[in-house]
Design a protein around this ligand. Structure first.
Ligand code: HEM
Length: 337
């Protein structure tokens, strides 16, 4: 049912896009108002979440580690898996962000009859890696729509991506990788009963929205050719805050833009924020040096204590009357003895 509602939501967005493209003022709303509003929500929401996270108290070093901590010189420590210095933290973080190292170590737990069997599961790692890298490649290639002249790096990426010259226009490898990985990530949620059980509306919605964006994008590139000159005119004018809406924008492009805007506005309030959160995670971004350095909680306030000596002084007479031996006197006697 959750997958169904997500599919329905994405289908409704596509219909809204198509209806807006056909309506009189709809094109201006879809091409200008919606992208500007979505971008503002994205920026505001992203900053709000990052600021909130960065203000969360982290009084202790709490790095999650998978190796031997640095201690005595003759015990070999794991420099990257249990980072002791900031450069080592950066290396570990780079491995996490660029190669999804912790996902690579992911294990699958299954019951085989009565026995719990742990096994390797590299498919999720491979699917996620393919998805994120192809998405990055596509976003970098899209820069040609927003920049004039197009940077040499973007042209080079485009050549590399279409290297095999399959079809006309050449099919991008990143498009194939994106479709295949998205397909895998969706099918995985249906196929595995345990994953299906924990999957929420937002899990399906994010994937289906991305599939909708990729689908409309590819439709424009390989079948219903978009007028790239008009798209570029719109994109440049939007980026320069002098918006112009060319008349040749196709309905598929407007749907593509609406889906992208929805994704942008939804991003800061969804699990997709892991893109920013990974850098702010105290379990990842702290060096594990608590053994060698004393970390004092910076917002510790001075605590008013009442030590025994003071207490004894306060009740000295009463204690004496009750015949309870006094430590102060006892210590004095011990000294004179
Ligand atoms: C999350 C953001 C976006 C994603 C994931 C995305 C994805 C895609 C994909 C997969 C394609 C197929 C061809 C290719 O890989 O280049 C495509 C094409 C296209 N996209 Fe996007 N897109 C995004 C944002 C945008 C934006 C903001 C615009 C316009 C301002 C845009 C305009 C286009 C156009 C015009 C094409 C056709 C390109 C061609 O014919 O070569 N896209 N998009």
């Amino acid at each position: 049912m959750r997958a169904f509602w997500s599919l329905l939501a994405v289908a409704a967005l596509v219909l809204v896009g198509l209806a807006g493209a056909a309506a009189a003022g709809g094109r201006v709303i879809l091409a200008l108002a919606v992208p500007y509003a979505a971008f503002a929500v994205f920026l505001g929401g992203f900053c709000w979440r990052v600021v909130r996270w960065s203000r969360a108290p982290v009084p202790f070093r709490i790095p999650v580690t998978c190796g031997q901590q640095k201690s005595l010189p003759w015990i070999r420590s794991s420099r990257i898996d249990n980072p002791f210095t900031v450069p080592a933290v950066v290396v570990r973080m780079a491995g996490e962000v660029l190669l999804f190292r912790s996902l690579f170590r992911n294990n699958r737990a299954r019951l085989a009859g009565e026995r719990l069997v742990l096994g390797e599961n590299k498919y999720l790692w491979l699917g996620s890696l393919a998805f994120h890298w192809s998405l990055l490649m596509i976003l970098l290639r899209h820069l040609r729509l927003f920049m004039e002249p197009v940077p040499a790096l973007v042209n080079r990426l485009e050549q590399l991506d279409g290297f095999f010259q399959l079809g006309a226009p050449p099919i991008y490898l990143s498009d194939i990788a994106l479709l295949a990985s998205l397909g895998y990530l969706i099918v995985r949620r249906f196929r595995d009963p345990m994953v299906r059980y924990i999957s929420l509306f937002t899990d399906y919605f994010a994937l289906l929205l991305l599939l909708g964006i990729a689908g409309t994008g590819m439709l424009m590139r390989y079948y219903l050719r978009a007028d790239i000159v008009s798209v570029k005119q719109l994109a440049l004018s939007i980026a320069a805050f002098h918006p112009v809406v060319p008349s040749a924008l196709s309905p598929v492009f407007l749907v593509h833009l609406l889906l992208v805007s929805t994704l942008a506005a939804y991003f800061p309030f969804s699990k997709l924020m892991h893109a920013g959160g990974v850098f702010l995670s105290p379990t990842r971004n702290l060096a594990n040096n608590s053994r060698s350095r004393r970390h004092v909680n910076p917002w510790n306030y001075p605590v008013k204590t009442h030590p025994y000596a003071e207490w004894e002084e306060e009740f000295r007479e009463k204690l004496k009357e009750a015949g309870i031996p006094l430590e102060a006197e006892h210590a004095g006697n011990a000294r004179t003895d």
